[in-house]
Write a protein that binds this ligand. Structure first.
Ligand SMILES: Cc1cc2nc3c(=O)[nH]c(=O)nc-3n(C[C@H](O)[C@H](O)[C@H](O)COP(=O)(O)O)c2cc1C
Length: 213
C-alpha cells in the first residue's frame, strides 16, 4: 500500500503578524520577533540562513529550520559531525537571516551560538517528523557515497527495523541557541521606501535606530 502521508521536509514563510503602526518601535525587539514568527508548535518551521566563520576566513552559509524561539534566543538543530558544528566550536559568532517573501519582511541577526544541553536537544528531536528523525540517523557520509537506489533501499530497511515513535535520539544530534546582540527588522512597502528598525544590545537594554532599506 502506498503511504500518501505528506513528508514535511521543508519550511514555510507563511506566518506571523506585524504591528499595526509601522512608525512605532516596540522597546523590546523580542516582542516584535515573537509576532513575526510562528508559534513553536507549528509543524512547518521557518527557514533561516545561518552563516558561520570558515577556518579559511570565508563566511560559510546554509539554510536550517528554526526549531523554536524561546523569547530571547533562536534554536536550531544539526549533526555534530557537520562543518557548521566544527566551525561553531571554534567560533560561536554567527549571522542569521530569515525572509518573508510574500509579506515583504526580513530579519537579520548577529549573535552568539551556544550549545544547548543534550536533554533539551532530545526533546526537540522527539517533536520532529518521522522523516526528519530518520534523516538525523541516516544522513551519513557513508550513505552519501551510495547510489540513489541504494540510499532509498537502506533508508526503507532501517526504517522498517526501527518502528519506534519517536526514534531514540542519535548521539550526533546537537542543538544550539543563538543569543542576538543585534536584530534588524526590514519592512518592504509597495507605496514607498522600505525601512529598517535596528536594535543593538547595550549593557541592560537596546539602542534603537531607523535605517534606510
Ligand atoms: C529546506 C532545508 C532545511 C534544512 N534544515 C536543516 C536543519 O534544520 N538542520 C541541519 O543541520 N541541516 C538542514 N538543512 C541542510 C543544511 O542546509 C546543510 O546542507 C547541512 O546542514 C550541512 O551543512 P554544513 O556542511 O555547512 O554544516 C536544510 C536544508 C534545506 C534546503
Amino acid at each position: 500500500m502506498v503511504d500518501d502521508t505528506p513528508i514535511i521536509i521543508t519550511s514555510t514563510n507563511r506566518f506571523g503578524i506585524d504591528i499595526e503602526d509601522a512608525d512605532s518601535t516596540p522597546a523590546d525587539p523580542f516582542a516584535l520577533l515573537g509576532m513575526w514568527l510562528p508559534d513553536n508548535t507549528d509543524d512547518l518551521r521557518p527557514l533561516m540562513t545561518l552563516s558561520t566563520h570558515g577556518p579559511d576566513g570565508y563566511p560559510d552559509s546554509r539554510h536550517l529550520l528554526l526549531s523554536a524561539f524561546d523569547g530571547e534566543s533562536l534554536h536550531f538543530h544539526t549533526d555534530a559531525r557537520t562543518r557548521k558544528a566544527a566551525e561553531l566550536e571554534a567560533d560561536g559568532r554567527v549571522s542569521l537571516a530569515i525572509v518573508w517573501v510574500v509579506e515583504g519582511r526580513q530579519l537579520t541577526v548577529a549573535g552568539d551560538a551556544v550549545r544547548v544541553p543534550a536533554t533539551e536537544a532530545a526533546l526537540a528531536y522527539a517533536k520532529r517528523s518521522r522523516y526528519l528523525q530518520l534523516l538525523a540517523w541516516l544522513n551519513t557520509a557513508e550513505m552519501a557515497q551510495l547510489t540513489r537506489d541504494e540510499r532509498v533501499a537502506a533508508w526503507n530497511r532501517w526504517s522498517d527495523e526501527h518502528p519506534a515513535d519517536p526514534l531514540e535520539t542519535p548521539a550526533t544530534w546537537v542543538g544550539y541557541r543563538v543569543v542576538p546582540h543585534r536584530l534588524t527588522f526590514w519592512r518592504g512597502d509597495a507605496d514607498g521606501p522600505s525601512n529598517r528598525v535596528e536594535y543593538t544590545r547595550t549593557g541592560d537594554g537596546w539602542d534603537v535606530a531607523r535605517l534606510p532599506g
